[in-house]
Design a protein around this ligand. Structure first.
Ligand SMILES: Cc1cc2nc3c(=O)[nH]c(=O)nc-3n(C[C@H](O)[C@H](O)[C@H](O)COP(=O)(O)OP(=O)(O)OC[C@H]3O[C@@H](n4cnc5c(N)ncnc54)[C@H](O)[C@@H]3O)c2cc1C
Length: 404
């Protein structure tokens, strides 16, 4: 484990700090302090500022509009942004830049890179991820949405579900079954499909938090050009798995910062509500403090491996279980600290709270209630806790594989 960042990232850190000092008002508290429309307007303007100054796709080559920096520089940028309380992009950039763009750089054709990458950065193309289906979630290789070739076009039929930001996107990368006779993992193709067409219907799903951040997406004879395949036809599983590996460095660095910020806020709320005299509450707060520290140190270990180009192993499963289950624990504690008044949502609710509320947020029952409800999703998305435990059991502990 190495606690120091590589020397080459120091100039990037200085540049980011100067950029933030130039762009943000001196009394800036973090985007969580902005409410409703003001928050939305800020996120949009901020994304445009990042695009203009080249901070949106830090590792992409400059010829595609990136900053041409290393992956570790990207981690440093994300870390400084998290400390300042500003996002690294807009609501679809996790999918467009983090997932698809990076995958095109590695596995796409030059034509695909030249066409799509600048359009992702300009915001003209906004992407979402069409992997899960009603009968293919944990067992993703069971996807059954079909694509068949008709001359120069793929014709898509079937359904995707839980499509985050599908209502904001105009493109979707879709895992489709293209050879039903082939073994499950071999007959899948990774297709880039425009959503602005009659054959694609997006239906929002209401979440437990009351928001609708994900959707069902239906394909009824939807069309995609024949060359909009990443990798080769029937080789989509490899592409799909490569795509899931991105952003781990950023997550390792940023998650402990966000969780620390959130825990400090809870601590001040407990004090304000007179709950710190309760030894059981103090005990649970101390346990949460220790867990954030554990995340910080495992984050350093993950970053050391990342810098040394060691691919993520099964220990990534432990990281996922740890942060998502911690987040359920700390938000349950928040509900207990608030007590009965916490059942009524008063004050600002977060714009989105998949991990934590935005930095700069003030304590309110609405904020904590919303983060508490959203924390239930953390142990499901990106692989459920049960699946992560299977991975740990089989690959770390060497237990017998479950029957397939
Ligand atoms: C907030 C959120 C956002 C999401 N965004 C997207 C998105 O943008 N795009 C996308 O494609 N998908 C998205 N998903 C879907 C997500 O990837 C799936 O929900 C997840 O993979 C689980 O699949 P499932 O819901 O089909 O559950 P299932 O796989 O049906 O699992 C149901 C239950 O059975 C358990 N289980 C299943 N198999 C096993 C096993 N072998 N051993 C032990 N237990 C097992 C699971 O752990 C779970 O508890 C999102 C999900 C959430 C919650």
């Amino acid at each position: 484990m190495d606690f120091a960042y590589p020397a080459h990232t120091e100039s990037t850190r200085r540049r980011v700090r100067d950029f933030l000092a130039d762009q943000l008002p001196s009394d800036w508290k973090g985007s969580g302090a902005l409410e409703g429309d003001a928050h939305e307007a800020f996120v949009e303007e901020w994304r445009a500022t990042l695009a203009k100054h080249g901070w949106l796709a830090v590792t992409w080559p400059e010829k595609y509009g990136g900053a041409g920096l290393t992956e570790m520089d990207e981690v440093v940028v994300a870390e400084e942004f998290a400390r300042a309380g500003v996002p690294t992009g807009g609501p679809t950039d996790t999918f467009g830049i983090g997932m698809l763009g990076n995958t095109l750089l590695r596995l796409g054709t030059e034509e695909q890179r030249e066409h799509f990458l600048p359009r992702i950065l300009s915001g003209e193309d906004r992407w979402c991820q069409g992997y899960s289906e009603p009968n293919a979630g944990s067992d993703l290789s069971a996807v059954s949405a079909k694509a068949t070739l008709d001359g120069d076009e793929w014709i898509l039929n079937g359904q995707k579900i839980w499509t985050s930001a599908g209502h904001l996107a105009n493109w979707i990368f879709v895992l489709c079954r293209t050879d039903p006779e082939a073994p499950k993992h071999r007959g899948i193709t990774f297709i880039l499909c425009p959503m602005d067409q009659a054959g694609v219907e997006v239906r929002p799903i209401d979440m437990i938090s009351g928001a609708s951040e994900f959707n069902e997406v239906f394909f009824s004879d939807a069309r995609a050009p024949r060359d909009h395949v990443v990798g080769a036809p029937n080789d989509g599983w490899r592409v799909a798995m490569a795509l899931l590996g991105y952003e781990r460095g950023k997550a390792a660095a940023v998650a402990p910062i966000a969780f620390r910020d959130e825990l400090n806020r809870l601590l001040s709320y407990a004090k304000e509500l007179g709950k710190l005299s309760d030894p059981l509450i103090r005990d649970r707060l101390a346990a949460c403090y220790s867990k954030v520290e554990i995340m910080r140190f495992s984050g350093y270990r993950a970053l050391t491996n990342f810098e040394n180009k060691i691919p993520p192993g099964p220990d990534a499963a432990l990281t996922k279980i740890f942060w998502s289950e911690y987040h359920r624990e700390v938000t349950e504690l928040a509900m207990d600290i608030m007590g009965t008044p916490g059942l009524v949502a008063v004050g600002r609710a977060p714009a989105s709270a998949f991990a934590t509320d935005d930095p700069g947020a003030v304590n309110s029952t609405a904020s904590w209630q919303n983060v508490f409800l959203n924390a239930r999703a953390g142990t499901i998305y990106a692989g459920t806790s049960e699946i992560q435990r299977n991975i740990a059991g089989e690959m770390i502990l060497g237990l017998p594989k479950e029957p397939r």
